[in-house]
Write a protein that binds this ligand. Structure first.
Ligand code: DX5
Ligand code: ZN
Length: 219
């Protein structure tokens, strides 16, 4: 099984963004996690296309774009053009989720759906076969550095059951409060991709922390 480490750019030093991107390029990380927040779907605003273009310019690994915005269908093509490899939209932000997923695929990207902590995975049962990735939020979206919500383990297990015999290659991504303390348990529960912001960027040697995280997925 290939486990993915996706450092979240949200926790990078934006005054030294190129330096932090190069650190990730040289590390054992697999993807860049790019958090887009609109101040409407979530109570915070992160950054938009100009910053994403700067990330794309220097990033040597795929961009995993997490859209925490209302009406994401309006911007799918623009995010694809800006260099997204994976685009994840929130279940709670999409009235016509099936159509939005098809839009993402038509734009040439892998398609994901994110679930807020209160949204049960069973709501995905009629779309699960169309998805490349499900992102389970393990904090309420909007901010880095929050505390991990324990119920996430149960949700990962529920999702494992849901994909059985239907879509077993689905990437199960966990986002929020992921750290060296819980990553091995998340692997045991069935998660396959791990977003981490604070747990990487707030450490003395982020590259080394990424290596330790990667190691925790294999032992
Ligand atoms: C939260 C974002 C996360 C965030 C994770 O809304 O979706 O990607 O950057 O940050 P940490 O790992 O610090 O919880
Ligand atoms: Zn995220």
């Amino acid at each position: 099984m290939k486990y993915i480490i996706a450092p979240s750019i949200l926790s990078a030093d934006f005054g030294n963004l190129q330096r932090d991107i190069e650190m990730i390029n040289e590390s054992e990380a697999d993807w860049f996690h790019v958090d887009i927040m609109d101040g409407v779907f979530v109570p915070n605003i992160s950054f938009g296309f100009p910053v994403m273009a700067a990330v794309k310019k220097y990033a040597a690994k795929p961009l995993d774009v997490h859209l925490m915005i209302v009406e994401p269908e309006k911007y799918i093509q623009e995010f694809a053009d800006a260099g997204a490899d994976r685009i994840t939209v929130h279940y709670e932000a999409c009235t016509h989720l099936h159509r939005t997923i098809q839009l993402i695929k038509a734009a040439g990207c892998k398609a994901g759906v994110a679930l807020n902590p209160h949204t049960p995975v069973t709501l995905l049962q009629d779309i699960i076969e169309d998805l490349d990735l499900v992102l389970i939020m393990s904090v309420n979206p909007g901010f880095g550095g929050q505390q991990f919500i324990h119920n996430t383990y149960k949700k990962i297990q529920d999702l494992k059951r849901l994909i059985e015999g239907k879509n077993e290659d689905l990437v199960i991504e966990v986002d929020g409060g992921v750290s060296l303390q819980n990553i091995a348990n998340l692997v045991s529960a069935g998660a396959t991709a791990f977003v981490a912001g604070n747990a990487i960027f707030a450490t003395e040697n982020p590259g080394e922390t990424i290596s330790k995280m990667k190691l925790s997925t294999t032992t």
